[in-house]
Ligand binder design. Structure first.
Ligand code: HEC
Ligand code: HEC
Ligand code: HEC
Ligand code: HEC
Length: 496
């Protein structure tokens, strides 16, 4: 659950649970079968030697530029190493059963392309079966760092570190260091992605969610915080002395949030484009494997527009995206909220203007009961391209304390809280303010009192947003209670 993000406890619980998962069916061993086809992938086992990335303890910086215990961290603490294993558990069994056309013959999740697409190293669907030996890695090293066959040897040589990024990319290594590339990596599975030369379709749609799959609520800063890092965050621009994270720039969390927001929205729009295309193909090709593609896709709307405790009060307070028609579910409640404030702060670029134009046309169309796929596809694609360019341009920008405080000010305005129409939009505000506050504290020691007040309010908000035990939805959530949090108690931060 998303609000677990900022506390390390859930990871611990996940780690403990995995130790007690002794009753699961045996997962096939990580050895390669003799029938394996030639593939660009080598598997995580190739990285696990003690002298490579499987050291028990991290090496000192004087001895090695990298920690050398990356495989150990991934194996013991990182949920990605168990991503395939969960396809054998009872929850996956229930999902598979609910999705089965014939309940007497459900397709096991661990053999279902729809699941393997994200719960194993992403690869084209025609490669999934011949390279099934790779599945037990779950989300292995090469899911993020790229297929290693061609760089495995070279990257152990002394010349490697001085090689330019482009040369490494030519050998198949993916850049995970700069934040826009890193964000694009994560959203492929944490938001979803169209079928491509490198991967099959990755989509957790409403069918999967109704069958029991957790909803995907990605936010980069929180997810990076939650992932047991097997690396030391490097940043050449990190300078101020005496900082808590000397290797990480003080504005890291603020930039991660900003870049993450734009990249997440771009990914959601690309998925929208791919969905509209599949629907078009359905009409043309009777035997298309994706026939009966749902349209419009419910996961793009506020879940709690349709699934809430009705209490006779309208939740509409007008606002973002032009999707405020009473009686229609709210489109883009997760992916669009807080982007207005962010874009207003970094406004002025041609990309921003291009995006905003496309966005309002899209929101109007998506608020209709049956959005026109021919219209939606191209606009979604145009909006996604503009956003991706915006995210890349943010990589070279630094956020000083004034900019971070201004962003906090924009997001913490009473009318912003007033506009937030439901759980999604309030949760996004919480998820925005938390990393921004973290950067503000690191950048600006002169506003301790204001920062402490915001910390206290965020804590209160978090408690109100947390789902009750045993629920996957904000049962009993009252938007009125949330609205009173900023108004009550300490005043919101005001910045020009
Ligand atoms: C678009 C990528 C994607 C696809 C497709 C996908 N999943 Fe997932 N799945 C995820 C992600 C990401 C999470 C973690 C969600 C989170 O906590 O943010 C997850 C979580 C889960 C969990 C909960 C794991 C836990 O530790 O509690 C189960 C079970 C699961 N998936 C099963 C399936 C099954 C079965 C399928 C196929 C029917 C499937 N998934 C398809 C990405 C995907
Ligand atoms: C979920 C994605 C993901 C997976 C899976 C993953 N990594 Fe990473 N890895 C990253 C990110 C993000 C970084 C930090 C950015 C960077 O330095 O490239 C990183 C950094 C590293 C670094 C440091 C690179 C440097 O230049 O400082 C090494 C070494 C590494 N990973 C090895 C591994 C190994 C070995 C595995 C498998 C056991 C693995 N990674 C699995 C995402 C991943
Ligand atoms: C190849 C697909 C894939 C990629 C790429 C990927 N993830 Fe994941 N991630 C998953 C799946 C699947 C799960 C669920 C695993 C489980 O619960 O067993 C998951 C789980 C997680 C979790 C734990 C969520 C929870 O509810 O506890 C975090 C945190 C996370 N991922 C962060 C990241 C970050 C940050 C990146 C990018 C650097 C990334 N992931 C890239 C597929 C992926
Ligand atoms: C446009 C309205 C609409 C939206 C938006 C919507 N759903 Fe649904 N959902 C339905 C309908 C209709 C059903 C099937 C009827 C039922 O089981 O209640 C359903 C069923 C479900 C079920 C299965 C319920 C059960 O008891 O079997 C789950 C879980 C679910 N939705 C979760 C979500 C989540 C999470 C989101 C947001 C990502 C979402 N829904 C968005 C209309 C919607």
């Amino acid at each position: 659950m998303i609000l677990a993000r900022w506390c390390p406890l859930p990871i611990l619980i996940v780690a403990l649970l995995s130790l007690t998962r002794g009753d699961e069916p045996t997962v096939p061993s990580r050895t390669r079968s003799a029938t394996a086809v030639v593939s660009d992938y080598v598997g995580a086992g190739s990285c696990s030697a003690t002298a490579c990335h499987g050291s028990i303890a991290p090496w000192g910086r004087d001895l090695s530029p990298v920690l050398r215990n990356e495989h150990t961290t991934w194996m013991s603490d990182d949920p990605h190493s168990r991503a395939y294993q969960v396809l054998f558990d009872s929850r996956s069994e229930r999902i598979a059963l609910a999705l089965a056309a014939d309940p007497a013959q459900p397709r096991p999740a661990y053999r279902d392309e729809r699941c393997l697409a994200c719960h194993a190293t992403p690869r084209p669907s025609n490669e999934l079966a011949p390279t099934a030996w790779l599945n037990p890695d779950g989300v292995g090293c090469e899911s993020c760092h790229g297929p290693a066959r061609r760089w495995l040897g070279p990257h152990t040589t002394t010349d490697w570190t001085s090689l330019p990024r482009t040369a490494k990319a030519d050998l198949g290594m993916r850049d995970s260091n700069d934040l826009p590339s890193r964000a694009r990596l994560c959203v492929g599975c944490h938001v979803g992605a169209a079928e491509s030369d490198q991967a099959s379709l990755r989509d957790v749609n409403h069918d999967l969610i109704a069958a029991g799959h957790p909803r995907l609520n990605f936010e980069l800063a929180a997810y990076l915080d939650d992932l047991p890092a097997h690396w030391v965050e490097k940043d050449a621009n990190a300078t101020p002395p005496g900082r808590r994270n000397p290797e990480r720039a003080a504005d890291f969390t603020a930039r991660a949030w900003s870049i993450g927001r734009l990249t997440t929205l771009a990914a959601a729009l690309e998925l929208l484009q791919s969905r509209s295309r599949l629907v078009d193909n359905d009409a043309n090709a009777i035997n298309h494997p994706d026939a009966a593609t749902p349209w419009p896709e419910f996961t793009e709307y506020d879940c709690f527009s349709c699934h809430h405790d009705l209490n006779g009060q309208t939740r509409r307070a007008g606002g973002s995206g032009g999707a405020g028609i009473a009686g229609s579910p709210r489109w883009g409640s997760w992916s669009l909220s807080t982007t207005d404030e962010l874009l207003a702060e970094i406004a002025g670029s041609p990309e921003t203007r291009r995006f905003l134009g496309a966005r309002s046309r899209l929101a109007t169309e998506m608020a209709k009961p049956f959005p026109d796929t021919k219209l939606v596809g191209p606009i979604a694609s145009e909006a996604a391209t503009a956003l991706a360019a915006g995210a890349s341009s943010l990589e070279s920008r630094r956020f000083d304390s004034a900019r971070v405080a201004a962003l906090i000010g924009r997001l913490d305005q009473p009318d912003g809280w007033e506009r937030a129409a439901g759980w999604d939009e309030v949760a996004q505000r919480y998820l925005a303010l938390t990393p921004l506050l973290q950067s503000w504290i690191e950048l600006d020691p002169d506003h301790e009192a204001e920062q402490a007040r915001l910390t206290a309010r965020l804590k209160e908000l978090r408690a109100l947003l947390t789902f009750p035990k045993g629920f996957d939805s904000p049962k009993g959530f009252q938007i009125e209670t949330i609205r009173s949090v900023p108004a009550r108690g300490p005043r919101p931060i005001q910045h020009p």
